[in-house]
Design a protein around this ligand. Structure first.
Ligand code: BGC
Length: 453
């Protein structure tokens, strides 16, 4: 039981009655049971000393694989209408080829059954960064063939759980996976290819398009993607800073959404993208989507690069990159050091609507959340409350948003940060694996009751 001197808040504005409320997680970050699946790039990356800050791995994580019933009960008690989780590719295809693990696929079958029995809609993401190691050893996302392998995997999953799944997500945040995983090496597979990482972006997009076709062939009716987006602010009006900010905006905000929604790459990316069949690929990539998922955390301030690497939130940006992120001052920050700027969510959604117009399908906020320590997490409540109000303002201004998912249900393995950042509505004791709902969980449960009432 959490007692606190919580500030009194005005009730949230009313969202549409059919608005989809949910929470998000990902397989590698919560499942554990690493011995019961094939190895992924993250297992190999985490095993190298120094790659993950606290030296931890996701071998056990939250042990969700064995405790999913308890976690679904937490979701039911929270009162969400949907649960976004990811399917682990190496759990389904442990060898990274077409051999299927009945045990692995069976887990998602049971999870989906458990969710349906609790009246919660399953929203699976097919890829949240945990590439099977065997696929990586064949070139991973630098290899065009990975796109075709991914579509085959999508078909296998759809065949097994598609009868109970209404909405699908193909990829999570291909921009982060390309930049952090292949361009600057802060994430698995730890490659530092800088602009030679661009094929990774193209192959993920192609994988997305082929997976959309495979899912539709298997009867899927509602398909989206989850991309990270945030406004990019120039560090000053100086032309070198605005040029750097524009370039960063292209990489973060448009490299994926332009081909998906407009069927073309933004300048100057098209010229840099090595593909033997760019036009045909772009046609596949821009298969119409039923909705578009936005993950929002923070805006970024960007200036011209310096001569030295820039250390930003613990990520090292080499001077060869044509931009350097800067601190945003004047806002509170989370325990991760990320600025809390709810109005940037409104700004982002309005800019999206203006940029894509009729080509933009309905939006779903597929991730939004923050890292704070403690069970009495009033700062997380303030963060969620302010972002939901900012979202409502964008909707009142005409942006068609159909759902909102909090990142995350549980504290979990926060990639290169290990277990040092806590994003959960539910605290996890990593020694005992005991789950304890935080004050933010109670707040969200009450807010959702308010919306229903
Ligand atoms: C990712 C999550 C991650 C969260 C917080 C998102 O970029 O999809 O996996 O835990 O941000 O860093």
């Amino acid at each position: 039981m959490i007692t606190s001197m919580a500030p009194t808040r005005a009730p949230l504005p009313r969202f549409p009655h059919d608005f989809l409320w949910g929470v998000s997680t990902s397989a590698h970050q919560i499942e554990g049971a690493a011995g019961e699946r094939g190895p992924s790039v993250w297992d190999a990356f985490s095993a190298v000393p120094g790659q993950v800050k606290d030296g931890s791995t996701a071998t056990v994580a939250c042990d969700h694989f064995h405790r999913y019933r308890e976690d679904v009960a937490l979701l039911a008690d929270l009162g969400v209408g949907a649960y976004r989780f990811s399917v682990s590719w190496p759990r389904v295809h442990p060898h990274g080829d077409d051999r299927v693990s009945a045990e692995g696929l069976g887990f998602y079958d049971r999870l989906v059954d458990e969710l349906c029995a609790a009246g919660i809609r399953p929203l699976p993401t097919l890829f949240h960064w945990d590439t099977p190691l065997a696929v990586e050893e064949r070139g991973g996302w630098l290899n065009r063939d990975t796109a075709a392998r991914f579509a085959e995997y999508a078909a296998v999953v759809a065949d097994r759980i598609g009868d109970r799944v209404e909405r699908w997500i193909t990829l999570n945040e291909p921009a982060e996976h390309t930049l952090l995983g292949y361009a600057i090496g802060e994430h698995a597979p730890g490659k530092e290819l800088l602009f030679d990482a661009l094929p990774v972006a193209h192959h993920q997009l192609l994988a997305h398009g082929l997976a959309v076709q495979a899912l539709r062939a298997a009867g899927a009716r509602s398909i989206g993607v989850a991309n990270s987006h945030g406004p990019t602010w120039a560090a000053s009006d100086a032309p070198e800073d605005t040029a750097a900010a524009d370039f960063y905006d292209v990489l973060l905000n448009r490299l994926f959404s332009d081909p998906l929604l407009l069927g073309r790459y933004p300048d100057p990316i098209g010229e840099l993208m090595p593909s033997p069949s760019l036009d045909a690929d772009l046609k596949t990539i821009s298969e119409p989507l039923d909705w578009y998922g936005v993950n929002y955390y923070q805006p970024t301030k960007v200036g011209a690069p310096g001569l030295e690497p820039t250390d930003f939130n613990g990520v090292t940006i080499p001077p060869q990159m044509p931009f350097a992120p800067r601190d945003i001052e004047g806002y509170p920050v989370t325990d991760f050091g990320w600025p809390v700027v709810p109005e940037a969510l409104t700004e982002l959604l309005l800019a999206f609507r203006d940029r894509y117009g009729d080509r933009l399908p309905p939006i779903m906020i597929t991730e939004n959340g923050c890292s704070y320590e403690g069970l009495d997490d009033q700062d997380r409540i303030a963060y969620l409350d302010s972002h939901l109000r900012a979202l409502h303002r964008a909707m009142a201004a005409g942006v068609d948003v159909r759902g909102y998912f909090v990142w995350s249900l549980l504290d979990n393995f926060e990639w290169a940060e290990g277990y040092s950042q806590r994003f959960g509505l539910v605290h996890v004791d990593y020694e005992t694996l005991e789950r304890t709902p935080k004050a933010s969980y109670a707040w969200l449960r009450d807010a959702l009751r308010g919306q229903r009432g």
